[in-house]
Design a protein around this ligand. Structure first.
Ligand code: NAD
Length: 173
């Protein structure tokens, strides 16, 4: 039977840390369900990109890394108010999964409380491979962010005016 892991993130934007986790997780399951969480969020400093944009970026990043797209499910999901039933909400909205992959303490706890095994990936260059760091660099118009995402993702962010969007969001009227 096909084994499936689920990996939930905001992917604001997908970066080198996420890709390291994705490649690491593929050792433990046949397929990986990547959930684009907080799908309702966009156009804020913490969540500048829409769910659709994040899905596009993930596909580009997986292709840049030469990964076999047939092993992935990419699914956007909005947050819900009740953490206590969030894993049940995932169960009814996703293909069946056996294990979860996460370093986020809340996410780890919620899956464990539902009886799931959680695979905790090693931290990878956490100070630089970080969405917060990338968004800060973008806000300072510092091009070093481009090296923390794959080339096609950097190109896509520039095409959609992602840096200008973040700078605009930081300024009041
Ligand atoms: P994120 O994109 O910041 O990170 C995703 C995962 O990648 C995390 O496990 C993180 O630890 C890991 N990661 C990131 N950089 C890494 C690196 N350099 N090395 C190794 N691992 C790295 O996303 P997040 O904020 O953790 O996403 C959790 C999502 O789950 C959010 O959308 C949140 O809203 C959702 N959630 C929702 C509910 C609810 O709706 N009630 C409850 C819990 C979680």
């Amino acid at each position: 039977m096909t084994s499936r892991c689920v990996y939930v993130g905001r992917f604001q934007p997908p970066h080198c840390g996420h890709l390291h986790v994705i490649k690491w997780a593929l050792q433990y399951c046949d397929e990986l369900i990547i959930v684009v969480g907080s799908a309702q969020e966009s156009y804020t400093l913490k969540n500048p990109f829409t769910a659709g944009e994040r899905l596009e970026m993930l596909r580009l990043a997986l292709a840049d890394e030469g990964l076999d797209i047939s092993r992935f499910w990419l699914i956007p999901l909005q947050d819900i108010a009740m953490n206590s039933v969030w894993v049940r909400y995932l169960e009814v909205n996703l293909p069946k999964f056996d294990k979860a992959v996460s370093r986020n303490p809340l996410v780890v706890k919620l899956f464990q409380d539902y009886g799931y095994e959680v695979l905790v990936p090693p931290a990878y260059k956490r100070e630089v491979c970080s969405g917060t760091r990338i968004r800060q660099l973008m806000l300072s118009n510092d091009s070093r962010w481009e090296k923390l995402v794959t080339p096609s993702v950097a190109k896509y962010i520039k095409q959609i005016g992602g840096v200008e969007r973040i700078i605009l969001l930081a300024h009041g009227d």
